[in-house]
Design a protein around this ligand. Structure first.
Ligand code: SAH
Length: 505
């Protein structure tokens, strides 16, 4: 019989996916069922197993607290490993205590994994340390959700106003004007520094600072909405010196990444690290080619080729996946020379300890063929061109014109991606972005089919297009648009450099 399942109440951290704990990530990988809240960054689901059951508690699927507890118990009784992902730390205002009590009462095994709470993380990302020797030696956390005039409130503002040190107020944005007034009425100086931080630690973080007397007005002007918290006290003054997160070069910039999912990880991480609010909207995905036979034939005859030519990092990955399904030994690749178009492709081959004999930098067919000719004559050479099915015919044509015998072998087929991961596409349709990054002509074409680029550019005039190189720019110009920047080095690092330069200017 299957043993009874367990429930893990896991703190997801304040938003920034990097602030999940190692234990949290480990449990997400194990979970049969994951139940998460609106406050949780859905990007954390990247750790989930592909077959995990994922239940979101969001705008459209509102469960009561009792229903959540019942669901946790029911799933555990089915023998499942259940992860209940909660924003920040499960025991800070998240009703995690109630969920744990319900589990204990039902005699379900449970573990509670602490999380980085927004209480400390959101102020940090706004440049505010909660304690500092020169300013205070304590901090107090309370909720602003309760009405200060309500006789039933548990909060005594007359006492809170007298506590020295920093104060952090969770929730209660809608009552901000009331409780700031109440604190002043009970003796706090109206000039006490205050900051409010919305969506702290995320790329879309917004913050504003003022004083107890002015903050309510400033929050309304800046249209700050929940989730947001308030920090009160002298430490707020340190923002001017310590605001590392908001000073990052791409802070607050909304940047769309259209590259296919698995391939974009490093680029996405780098953008987030630089402070961008990244929207992951892959335009394409790779699937099996229509014609698989060509590849199978080529695999069995690898030693008859003089050259193996790779044109993308993804092509390298797919090739070796398929290769090692057939062979145990890398030596079965034979003695052909290896060419990689572009530095990212070459880097991927070097990761596998394969030296690259030739690396054309440019993606234009004729230029690549010229590079070959400079290296050595390719007349009568047999070339395996290992790339996407039905890719641009210029390259094989140019090589054939130089006398080579070319097998153009489709490793994968590029098709439109239509899934909306984490609601990014919907968010983009509604709010637009500052940049869309394109890493190939096909991402431009498929993205355009889904969103109508010229129409988008009219609707969101601030929208700029970033192109990885001339072929991609060509696809953009074909739509009657112009890339705002084109990368000098045709890699995502080059693309990033171009955006950074434009952002600085
Ligand atoms: N358990 C959570 C808090 C849940 S209560 C934690 O430990 O962080 C929800 C409140 O937390 C929100 O109304 C807001 O005041 C605060 N909050 C949560 N995430 C936040 C964030 N990223 N930025 C600012 N405030 C946040």
């Amino acid at each position: 019989m299957k043993s009874k399942g367990s429930v893990y109440l896991v703190g997801a951290g304040p938003g920034d996916a990097g602030l999940l704990t190692l234990r949290g990530a480990e449990l997400l990988r194990l979970a049969d069922v994951i139940i998460y809240d609106l406050l949780v960054n859905p990007a954390l689901l990247k750790f989930a197993r592909a077959d995990a059951e994922i239940i979101s508690r969001g705008k459209r699927t509102e469960f009561s607290q009792e229903q959540i507890s019942e669901l946790l118990i029911a799933k555990a009784r089915e023998g499942k490993t259940v992860v209940r992902l909660k924003g920040g730390d499960p025991y800070i205002f998240g009703r995690g205590g109630e969920e744990a009590e319900a589990l204990a009462a039902a005699k379900i095994a449970f573990e509670v994994v602490p999380g980085v709470t927004s209480v400390i993380a959101a102020p940090n990302y706004a440049g505010i340390p909660l304690t500092h020797r020169d300013h205070c030696s304590s901090f107090t956390v309370f909720t602003g959700h309760e009405n200060p005039d309500d006789a039933k409130t548990n909060l005594r503002y007359e006492e809170i106003a007298k506590i020295p040190g920093t104060k952090v107020v969770l929730m209660g944005m809608e009552k901000l004007a009331d409780w700031t007034k109440s604190l002043i009425a009970h003796g706090m100086s109206p000039a006490t520094p205050v900051a409010v931080v919305q969506s702290g630690t995320l790329g879309k973080q917004k913050s504003v600072s003022g004083t107890l007397a002015t903050i309510a007005k400033l929050v309304a002007e800046k249209k700050i909405v929940p989730p947001a918290l308030t920090v009160i006290g002298d430490v707020v003054k340190l923002r001017e010196k310590l605001n590392w997160a908001e000073q990052r070069p791409l802070f607050g910039k909304r940047i769309v990444v259209t590259r296919s999912r698995g391939q974009a990880v490093k680029f996405l991480n780098k953008l987030s690290e630089l402070g961008a609010d990244v929207l992951e909207i892959p335009a394409v995905k790779g699937v099996d080619p229509d014609n698989k036979q060509d590849f199978i034939d080529a695999l069995l005859a690898l030693n008859t080729y003089d050259w193996l030519v790779f044109t993308s990092a993804n092509g390298v990955t797919v090739f070796f996946d398929l290769f090692f399904r057939r062979f145990q030994d890398l030596r079965d690749i034979g003695g052909a020379k290896i060419a990689a178009v572009g530095p990212a492709t070459a880097a991927k081959l070097r990761e596998l300890h394969l030296q690259v004999d030739l690396m054309p930098e440019e993606f234009i067919g004729r230029k690549i063929a010229e590079k070959f000719a400079k290296h050595s004559s390719i007349e009568n050479s047999k070339i395996a061109l290992l790339r996407a099915e039905k890719a641009n015919p210029d390259l094989p044509r140019a090589l054939e014109e130089m006398g080579a015998i070319v097998d153009d072998i489709g490793l994968y087929k590029t098709v439109a991606e239509t899934a909306d991961f984490f609601g990014a596409a919907e968010n983009f349709r509604e709010h637009g972005a500052d940049w869309i990054t394109f890493t190939s002509g096909s991402t431009v074409e498929h993205f355009h089919m889904r969103f109508d680029l010229p129409k988008l550019s009219k609707k969101f005039p601030q929208l700029k297009l970033a192109s990885i190189g001339p072929e991609t720019s060509k696809a953009i110009t074909a739509l009657g648009l112009k890339p705002a920047v084109e990368a000098k080095e045709h890699t995502t690092a080059g693309l990033l450099a171009a955006i950074l330069k434009a952002a600085k200017a």
